[in-house]
Write a protein that binds this ligand. Structure first.
Ligand code: BTN
Length: 242
């Protein structure tokens, strides 16, 4: 897959606009939409996503994988592409925090949100990166839990350089994933998974929270947690270190 970048100054959400334009036929699969400003950025579980000036908000449109569950797996692949760039090119200790965040140290740097679009045979992978902003640009309650690239590296970063790296890395990873599936990434996920081997509280959507030790990600893409009642597979939710 080779990506075709479209830039716009402002929109509600790059995922939403890309979705509309794929449905109307204005854009085709492979288009990546980047907005300098999002007025209604969306996060997982109906949360909102804030991107102060200087941050990156972009959405990739990829061909819809054959298996519906692969959409979920593609989030992990994108998180891995981001981790690799942050580690190799920026020398940061980036980790994949299940299900689809990238953390540096104990703080969130990137969030990923996918939207499936069967009518356009596409899946949208939206990426928000706290890039050239400072932690103090965010509301006070969010400041303790996030970081930015500028903050981590002590100076403003080149967006073009980062985008070039991300396009290349995700192009390679997408192709590999499309041909061979998630299994070829499992070792790398294992080595880069935040809180692996540690005790966490798993907060699930049905509100039945439980505590357990993270074992890793199975070849089905689900989180595996060792609990007093045996190994549990988690499809969706959040994890909090205890
Ligand atoms: C999360 O951490 O909950 C996911 C955040 C995803 C944010 C990105 S920014 C680009 C794209 N457009 C959106 O509205 N959301 C995603």
């Amino acid at each position: 897959m080779s990506w075709n970048l479209q830039k716009i100054p402002s929109c509600e959400s790059t995922n939403t606009v890309l979705k509309d334009k794929l449905i109307s036929g204005e854009f085709s699969v492979g288009t990546v939409l980047l907005a300098e400003n999002q007025t209604k950025g969306r996060g997982r579980l109906d949360r909102s996503w804030l991107s102060p000036p200087g941050n990156l908000a972009l959405s990739f449109s990829c061909p819809l994988p054959a298996k519906p569950e692969s959409v979920y797996e593609l989030n992990l692949v994108m998180a891995l592409s981001l981790c690799r760039i942050l580690q190799n090119d920026y020398h940061l200790s980036a980790k994949l925090k299940w299900p689809n965040d990238v953390w540096v140290g104990e703080k969130k740097l990137c969030g990923i949100l996918s939207d499936s679009l069967p009518q356009a045979k596409a899946v949208i992978i939206g990426v928000g990166i706290n890039f050239n902003s400072l932690v103090t640009d965010f509301p006070k309650d969010l400041q303790p839990i996030l970081t930015t690239l500028k903050q981590e590296l002590g100076q403003e970063q080149d967006q073009e350089k980062f985008l070039k790296l991300l396009f290349k890395e995700f192009e390679n990873d997408f192709q590999k994933f499309d041909e061979l599936g998630l299994r070829v990434f499992l070792d790398e996920i294992h080595h880069n998974l935040k809180f692996i081997g540690q005790k966490v509280n798993v907060v699930t959507q049905n509100q039945k929270d439980f505590v357990g030790k993270i074992l890793g990600i199975g070849d089905d893409g689900f989180l595996q947690v060792d609990t007093l009642e045996g190994i549990k597979k988690v499809v969706a939710g959040d994890i909090v270190k205890v």
